[in-house]
Ligand binder design. Structure first.
Ligand code: BEZ
Length: 395
């Protein structure tokens, strides 16, 4: 098996040679056969709906390009990763070794993403991340063949703290699932909230994907903070919102969150979600022709409303289509392919965005409030926000 060091040094050499002009130009040639696309997403468990939305969005973008990538037909290979980090490497390896995919599109859960990241670094397979925000993927463990179309976990919360203090909430409790996504979301919240003059009086947590919130809600009631901020997503987020209201906290202690709290759950949460304020790189109600066209097409195709996950899947399809077109379907033309992905501007339903040097979106973060089962935009909380990319040596 090719060692990680060899693959990385080959990629670095390729890119280095390209930038010094020593490499003979790669001439992209139309490739025979189908492009093999691996979808590694959760289709069961608390993030099941997120995986389905990402796949739907991805397929919609590809279908809008005539169902082909760079002129080639596509064959899909699917793995249910179950949001189980212990199976991450094994599942990603199956796609690469057994199914011989050209690209892995996945996944949702940050812990599982670390398994894909290892396989991507070891084998050089193209990895497109349509959700998981694990910092390391585009920081210390970044790689030339890994591109994220979503966010880093601290990007949305970096815009949250000031918005809360501006509303007069100076003493907050933070609550989350205790795994990379929640802990890194906390990092962004802590930085923004304390910089704006707020004090975090308590951090509360429970293991993923546990949803026994009762004891923690009782503790929040006794702490009497000005507000609560949190990270939850998927089925667990819907339950947290309902339990928060059932515990009598709604209307007494305002609830804020990283926007995943209110994505894809508004039907399930009902009136309990009204008034929740969040920060996120998307909103249902963005009043742009691009967003309206996307929402209409998605609703017609899938008979349901899109959410941030559907939008991220869609953008992943747009990015891959742009890259594949630039190399005329020859995904083995890596220098040209990576260059095209790095320099892409994605005309997204969220607004136009570009890749940072570490391969993570530079994007606006919106302040939203839930009203009548919709995330309504209140304004832009952070303009063209880039992740630090700390420790990444690309570019
Ligand atoms: C994560 O694990 O990175 C994640 C999962 C769901 C929503 C957002 C982030």
């Amino acid at each position: 098996m090719t060692s990680r060091r060899i693959v990385l040094s080959q990629s670095a050499a390729l890119l280095g040679a390209a930038s010094t002009g020593l490499l003979l130009p790669e001439v992209a040639q139309a490739q025979p056969g189908k492009v093999r696309v691996g979808l590694m997403l959760p289709y069961t468990g608390t993030f099941a709906q997120l995986g389905v939305a990402i796949e739907n969005g991805f397929r919609m973008a590809i279908n809008e390009q005539g169902g082909k990538l760079g002129g080639r037909e596509i064959e899909f290979f699917k793995v249910d990763d179950e949001s189980d980090p212990s199976k991450g490497v094994e599942n990603a390896s199956k796609l690469v070794q057994r199914d011989k995919v050209d690209v892995i599109v996945g996944t949702v859960h940050s812990g599982v993403q670390m398994g894909i990241q290892k396989v991507a670094r070891d084998t050089g397979v193209l990895s497109l991340i349509p959700n998981a925000g694990a910092h390391a993927a585009t920081r210390s463990l970044c790689a030339p063949n890994v591109f994220r179309t979503s966010f880093t976990n601290s990007q949305p919360t970096r815009a949250l703290g000031k918005a809360m203090v501006d509303k007069g909430h100076k003493r907050a409790v933070w609550i989350t699932w205790k795994y990379a996504a929640g802990e890194e979301a906390f990092e962004g919240f802590k930085e923004s909230y304390t910089a704006a003059g707020g004090t975090i009086i308590k951090e509360l947590g429970l293991p993923f994907p546990n949803v026994e919130f009762q004891a923690l809600l009782t503790e929040i009631a006794s702490l009497k903070p000005d507000a609560v901020a949190c990270f939850f997503a998927g089925g667990g987020a819907a339950k947290f919102i309902r339990d928060y209201a059932a515990a009598g906290l709604k209307g007494k202690i305002p609830l804020y969150g990283s926007g995943f709290l209110t994505e894809g759950v508004l039907d399930a949460a009902g009136a309990a979600a009204d008034g929740i304020i969040t920060t996120m790189h998307y909103s249902d109600s963005l009043d742009t022709p691009r967003n309206k066209a996307f929402r209409l097409a998605y609703a017609k195709t899938y008979r349901m409303q899109p959410d941030v996950y559907a939008m991220q899947g869609y953008d992943t399809g747009l990015l891959l289509a742009q890259g594949a077109a630039a190399v005329k379907g020859d995904l083995s033309s890596k220098v040209a392919l990576y260059k095209a992905l790095e320099s892409a501007t994605i005309d997204s339903p969220r607004g136009k965005w570009t890749m940072s040097k570490a391969h993570n979106p530079v994007q606006d973060i919106y302040l939203r409030v839930v009203e009548n089962k919709e995330n309504k935009v209140l304004g832009i909380a952070a303009k063209a926000l880039a992740d630090s990319g700390a420790g990444c040596k690309l570019g």
